[in-house]
Every structure is written in C-alpha cells, then in structure tokens.
Design a protein. Sequence first.
Length: 510
Amino acid sequence: MASDCLIGIDVGTSSLKLSIYDLEGELLSIASEGYPILHPQPTWAEHDPAAWLSALKKALPTAMKRARVTERDAVGIGIDCFSPSLVPVDRHGNALRNAFTPLDVRSVAEVNEIEKEMGSKVIFDITGNRLATGTSSLPHMMWIRKNAHSVFDGTYKFVHANSYLSFQLTGTCKMDWSNAALSLLFDPIKKMWSRELAETFRVPLDKLPETCSPTSLVGETSEVLCNRLGLKSGIPVAAGSIDTNCAALGAGVVKEGQAIDSGGAASCLGVVTDQPHFDNRFLNRCHAVPYRWIIVSQGPHSGVALEWFKDEFCQLEVAEAIRTRTDPYLLMDQKAGCAEPGSRGLIFLPYFMGECSPIWDPYATSVFFGITPNHSRGDMIRSIMEGTAYNIRHNLEVLEGMGIDVNEIRAVGGQSKSDLWLKIRADITGKRMVTVRAKDSTPLGSAILGGVAAGVYSDPSEAASEICEIDRVVEPDTEKLKTYADLFEVYLEAYEGLKKASRMRATVLS
C-alpha cells in the first residue's frame, strides 16, 4: 500500500547510497551504485560528477521498487556528501571539469601560497579551520584558476556534491553552512562568505553559492530531470549537509556532550557543542542541526589497517570464512577476543597513512611496538583495535582539556557491528558506547533534513530523538580502564620517541 516517504541520498567517495524511509524513520529500502575514483595524475583523485547523477538514476528506481512506493509517495529529499568535493558548474548546473575528492593532494603549491599570503593563523581565526592539502576547497579553486583559466572564468558557481545534485533536481543553486565551512572562504560565526578571503585569493563572490541552513528548502524537483528519474515534480529538496553531520543526526547525536564514532575505512569522532570551540587540532563545523556545532577529529585508517592485516596474515581465517560462508572479520574478532586486554604489552600505532587529529603529522608511521616471539595473530589483531581506541582517547583528552565533556559515544559504521571493538573502545576511553538500530545513519540524517524542509518535522533534533532507537549499550570496565591507562601512556611515548625516525624515514624514501 502506498504511503508518504522520505528519500535520503548519501554521496560517498566510492558509491552513492539512496535510502527510503517512512515518516516514522523506518527503513523501507536501500540501493547503492558505485563509481570509480579517477587518478589522471599520481597526486590527483577525482570523480566525474556525471557518475553521481548516473548513480542516482540507477539507485532511485531500484530503491522505490524494493520499498513498494511510487513517485507519488515521496514528500521530501535530503542529500549529504563527502567534503570537500569541489566541482565548478555552469548556469545550467553542468560540471565544467571533474570534481576533487579529499584524497587529491595536488594543491601543495597553492596551500603554500595561501600560507605565504595570509598565514594559517589568520585563516583559522576567520574560518575556524586549518590550512592543509585536501581538507578544503580554496586551494583547488586557486589550482583551477592557474591551470584551467577558461574553466575558472566560465564557472557560474563553485559547489560541492550535494549542491550539485540539488541544483540538478531543482534548478536552484545553494550551499549548506557545513559544506561552506570546508571551503576555507566562509565565516561560520557570521554565516557568510568572507569578503576579505575571497578578495585576497581572487575568488569572485558571485561565483560562490548562496549559503543556508542544512534544513533549508533549496527548491522543489523540476520536470526537466524528474521525467528521466522517475520522480514527480514539486518534491521539496533540503540543502543537506556533510556526511559525518548527517550520520550524527541519524544516530541521534544532537545534544552537547554526545559524540559519534563513525568507523569505516577510517575512523572519525564528532562531538556536539552548543557554542563554537575552535581549535586547530580539529575540524570545526556547523552541525546539521542549525546553530549547533560539531568538532570533528579526523582519525586513523583503522578499517584499512585491519583489512591489510586480513589480506596479508589471515589466510586461514579467510579460507575458513569461504568454507563456512561467514565473515572473515568475525573470525578475526574471535581470535582477538581470546587475547588478553592490552595484547600482552603489544601496542599498535594506527598511523597507517600519516595522522590528522590531534597531532597532524603526515610523517607519522604505523608500528607494532613491543612485539615478541610470544605474541600471536590474535594479539596483533586486538592491538590494532586497541590502537585505534587509544587514538580516540587521545582526542577526548585534548577535548576535555578545552573544557568539553563527552558523556556518551554513539558508534555507527562497519566497526560498530563488532561487540569486541565496542568493548575495547569503552574500556580504553572510559565512555559508554552506544549503538542505534539504524545501522546506516547517514542517509537517515539526510532524510530527516528533507523532512524538515518539507514541513513533515518542525525540528531536526526533535525528529532524530524520536526516530532514533537504542540498540546496545556497552559500559566501560573500571578494572580494564586502569590496565589500559598505563598502556595509553606507553602509546603516547612510543609516538614521541619515533617522531624523529619517522621523518628520517620519509627523507630516505623521497
């Protein structure tokens, strides 16, 4: 039977997910379509924006069929995206070149130019965010101006992925505050583009979209694209937000002191505050909930590290998983669960691809520290899990030093499926770990934003709190907390002691 529904669209770095929910937040269906990351040059990492649109066209009818709804049932749409995801578009919303992903590090010269021209401190004072390659759009705008001048001149607006799709759907171009904050041209306190920054770095203000709240109505779906998508015209489309923000919203992380731990290929910790607490050890964003803030620590590549260990050292578990048709990570969990807490003194530094928050050290290197002939594969697997939890504790201690108290951490993503990983995180951080029933909270957060824009909900925070259902609560063990406290100090000292050697290694390999 047909019923009103909301559509949440999540534009990721490897695929687009489209989920359909009823108005109570119950998942009706999900569909996903992948696309490649393009590497035309060694330091380049791009998407073809047409691939986002193509993925949407394929995922939408699949999800609708699975949900047993029709185009007449959709009442609101919200879109989130990885960020930054810069793409220049013309007046019709057509992309003028490929989009940049955060993995694209070609703009080192532009970052140095910004540093020389204005200085990272001034940039931070205005934008609340640090100057670094791959973390903001301004360096890539400058790269386009220098290397593709005709594209720069022909650009109507510089947008991110969610704005690109909402422009395609509605014919109106707007950018939400959270994505604007990662442009390095936006003043998040005043909620407006910085004229000083735009003029200094020669980015015309008229090439930047109108900014708005993530819950704002961008426009309604137009007939131009809807006929090809299988949607009716007139569906409200919300401005949307960054994927981490929507994951937090969909998990009910909306109040000060709540945090989200989003674990996938990399880990990401986001802490909600009522007031801005800008610190250059973190990424500072407007939350998907208007007039709240989310402090983000971009954490280690925990999933990448565990996948590497699986591929290189867990052939027995992989073979057993194939034979029994189970998940190899479940078998690895079982091995790690048999190991002692603390992995018998084995400590893994989780800096698999350098490290961001809170140390921001591109030379930081992963290490198994303290390994002996007595250590097993189970110890090593557990130490990887513990190492990523030590990173969370490191960030939490820095935040608490800033006067920000975290009372609970809600875990989403692939790692939240592991009871052991949750327990390790609780015992190392001393924080209550919570999972929610919505296993993929990101498109749910987008759907909630679409519901607010459509008038289905009056407030995103209230809607999320009503929709979100707790699944599991894992409390920390005070005795294990004491054991891990001493090893955490070793973890910190191991990094400091190897800092010089890591830089020397980078020099040798360059």
